[in-house]
Design a protein around this ligand. Structure first.
Ligand code: ADP
Ligand code: MG
Length: 168
């Protein structure tokens, strides 16, 4: 179980302290996807980055991230401007279990040869395939279905059913 206890995060902007998260307690079970909902600016990205270790909390602690999976924790940012670092190595992996995510998400060789010109939805499918290919114990998806059409959202949610770690 991934456990957040009394997490507080403060941003200081121009000398002014802004408390974005105030003493948050949350538990996430293994093999479950949890959704965090909230209006823009409510602190969703901040929370995910704290779990990912990309930000440090001002107070509280996070425990329970297993290091036993292939890679402990992966954060997929909302933006997909840059191709994932592992794209070529996992796409061309000789392991079926790694490659299967690309076929499920309908990613082919032609697409990965022109990443910059792909649509937002195509880039998102590649980002998620690359993340799943690493078999993380915790997968953090920041606004994974924003601005995507229904068919793409369905493709992504069907593929995520194969993931059996902690998904947020
Ligand atoms: P969400 O993802 O829910 O839209 P964020 O976590 O991105 O929310 O932001 C929460 C609040 O913290 C917002 O008011 C945002 O402007 C502010 N914020 C986010 N990052 C920083 C930062 N690096 N410095 C100062 N303020 C920030
Ligand atoms: Mg956000």
């Amino acid at each position: 179980m991934l456990e957040l206890s009394k997490i507080t995060k403060v941003y200081t902007v121009g000398g002014v302290r802004q408390k974005v998260l105030k003493g948050i307690d949350l538990n996430f079970r293994e093999s479950e996807f949890a959704a965090i909902l909230g209006p823009s600016g409510s602190g969703k990205t901040t929370l995910l980055k704290l779990i990912a270790g990309l930000l440090v909390a001002d107070n509280g602690h996070i425990s329970g991230i297993k290091e036993s999976a292939d890679s402990g924790i992966i954060y997929c940012p909302q933006e997909t401007d840059e191709a994932p670092e592992n794209l070529y190595s996992v796409f061309w992996s000789d392991d079926n279990e790694v490659r299967k995510f690309f076929s499920m998400l309908k990613v082919n060789e032609e697409m990965i040869s022109r990443y910059e010109t792909l649509s937002g939805g195509e880039k998102k499918r590649i980002q998620i395939a690359c993340a799943l290919a690493e078999n993380p114990s915790v997968l953090l998806l920041d606004e994974p279905t924003n601005h995507l059409d229904e068919a793409t959202v369905k493709l992504i949610s069907d593929t995520l059913k194969l993931f059996n770690g902690t998904g947020i």
